[in-house]
Design a binder for this molecule. Sequence first.
Ligand SMILES: [Zn+2]
Length: 314
Amino acid sequence: MMQAGEIESALDDLVIANRILANENVVDAYGHVSLRHPRDPRRFFLARSLSPDRVERGDLMEFDLEGNPAAGDSRQPYLERFIHAAAYEARPDVQAVVHAHAEDVLPFGITAAPLRPVIHSGSFMGEHVPVWDIRDRFGDTNLLVTNMPQGRDLARTLGGNNVALMRGHGFVAAARSLIEVVRMSVYVPRNARVLLAALRLGEVKPLSPGEIAARNAGYGIASGRGQAALARRDRRAQRRLQAILAGDLARLGVLGHARRLRAPAVEKRLALKPSDQAFSPLSGETCEFPIASGRSLIPGRITRPTRHRATLTP
Ligand SMILES: [Zn+2]
């Protein structure tokens, strides 16, 4: 059974996920990431209405699958929390959800051109990315998902897919872990950007279904695994999520050395040691990541530029 400390750790991860998505420009003043309660699948955690790059542990709220805040919590929630509630309600396999307005995906929600994975790191979105149009069932609205019927309609369009576009608005991404939904939400807009550029040049060659399956198998998202195996993997993921999230920042590379970030809790838990070796999180072996920034994922805890090493085992 998950200990209270592990829930706290999961919530720390959710704070970090907010910061990563903000740093990667997946979210700006708007957009959000949520995590299903590790011990109660009928509840999930999501920040109060706040820009993701401002979110701290104390800003996280708990909701039921109707989007109602926990009793006694009168803080202002996100208006579009129903996107998350309905996704968790419809998809027992989903542990984490992102909703964002990333500009690069928007053209594919307002034209007939399908968003397809065309780069290896875009494979996580899957072969098919459906488009949800709020106007189909709800007529003229402000395009925001402001109630459960709208959220459920979106979840129906999402179906068993990993990502759905929302016409003229953004996207929703759902995954079996926080790390997966963060990774997917970072790479979906990049894939969209590449696809847009390629479409100007001519015919586009997308990833094949076999390539998508091979990619997913390598990252452990592949379907067909038993639920027990998934649960075991998720428990492992929970224990190591912070380290992996922090590692992903370095692996993403585009952050650049000057902007690399770290999760302070990782240092304590994994007894990080100074190192300047290369980072290789996906090997499941030694994960090392340089930190050259005075900036922290959780404000006020990082004070000096340094380099650290974390060792992860699968
Ligand atoms: Zn929105």
